[in-house]
Design a protein around this ligand. Structure first.
Ligand SMILES: Nc1nc2c(ncn2[C@@H]2O[C@H](COP(=O)(O)OP(=O)(O)O)[C@@H](O)[C@H]2O)c(=O)[nH]1
Ligand SMILES: [Mg+2]
Ligand SMILES: [Zn+2]
Length: 299
């Protein structure tokens, strides 16, 4: 006799996955021919966050089916032309940057914002290490507030702003992303000391240790919800984005395109381009436009 239960994948270990079922976790294998409810997705490999059906047998279990993904944050795999899903069913991403060190990189921020927008995942800009002083970031944070992005100014070290972070995490699945060294693991430890994540770049480089962040892992929060700590994402290749999808991910550009003379305007060199006019009169931030131009080379 078999019984089927539903669970959430919280870690993958090669051919095995760790599934949380209620308050229990179990390590099980996946059936070779998985049933992907609602159709086979773009990257049909089980990832953390996938909601799965597990068939229980006497002592063992096996994953037999996968629920359709609400969201899937895709990126181009490091070497190759495959899509890689970082995590499934993520509700929001906290894009973490440091106030001063490592130096905040707006190109990378815009790249993450585009990926989140495309995946329909809410993006929250999180400036950690506020204790280092916010003078480098304040001059441009207003640009992002003006575009409607929530912006948090926090410091894992001093506790500043951690209440806001905690409130955002309750009952949702949140991905922490950003370059390594900005304090993602420190922030997670600060909002829930039970994680005891390894802090510091050495462990990330060697990938050794109990709780390093070399692969994505879904960690349950005691107050409901999951968080995913990601390894430092230095590169984040966009996957299969069309030109119009790229434009749609820049709300300030999308607002202007109706005024361009050419319907297929790329907003790079065409005459009578409303986007470039908006950049020239300062209505579109020049750095944001620069990010658009650099991402355009990839689509
Ligand atoms: N000044 C300051 N340093 C911090 C803060 N949060 C983390 N750090 C330090 O930044 C370094 C990298 O932190 P870590 O959490 O490993 O970053 P991750 O690579 O993003 O996970 C460590 O040396 C931390 O002690 C903060 O709020 N202020
Ligand atoms: Mg880390
Ligand atoms: Zn144009």
């Amino acid at each position: 006799m078999t019984e089927t239960v539903e669970g959430t994948i919280i870690a993958t270990h090669g051919p095995l996955v760790r599934v949380q079922v209620g308050s229990q976790t179990m390590v099980v294998a996946a059936r070779r021919k998985l049933r992907w409810e609602g159709g086979v997705p773009e990257a049909p490999r089980l990832v953390v966050g996938d909601c799965v059906e597990v068939e229980l047998r006497s002592e063992d279990g096996v994953v037999v089916g996968v629920q359709p993904r609400r969201t899937a944050l895709l990126r181009r795999a490091a070497h190759g032309r495959r899509a890689q899903v970082l995590a499934a069913n993520v509700d929001q991403a906290l894009i973490v940057l440091a106030a001063r060190s490592p130096e905040p990189n707006r190109r990378l921020l815009d790249r993450f914002l585009v990926a989140c927008s495309h995946a329909e995942i809410e993006a929250v800009i999180t400036i950690n290490k506020a204790d280092q002083g916010l003078d480098l970031v304040e001059p441009w944070l207003d640009v992002y507030c003006g575009l409607g992005y929530p912006v948090l100014r926090v410091a894992a070290r001093t506790g500043r702003g951690l209440g806001q972070v905690k409130r955002r995490l309750v009952d949702r699945t949140t991905l922490f992303c950003g370059p390594s060294g900005v304090g993602k693991s420190s922030l997670l430890n600060a909002v829930y000391p039970g994680f005891r994540l390894r802090v510091g770049s050495i462990s990330e480089a060697t990938g050794k240790g109990r709780h390093t962040t070399s692969t994505a892992e879904l960690m349950p929060l005691p107050y409901g919800g999951f968080v995913v700590d990601t390894p430092g994402l230095k590169e984040f290749g966009l996957w299969n984005l069309s030109h119009s999808e790229l434009v749609a991910a820049f709300p300030e550009l999308a607002r202007e395109v109706g005024g361009c003379h050419y319907p297929d305007c790329t907003h790079v060199h065409e005459p009578e381009c409303s986007v470039r006019e908006a950049v020239e009169r300062g209505a579109i931030d020049a750095e944001r436009y620069g990010s658009y131009l650099s991402l355009l080379e990839e689509v």
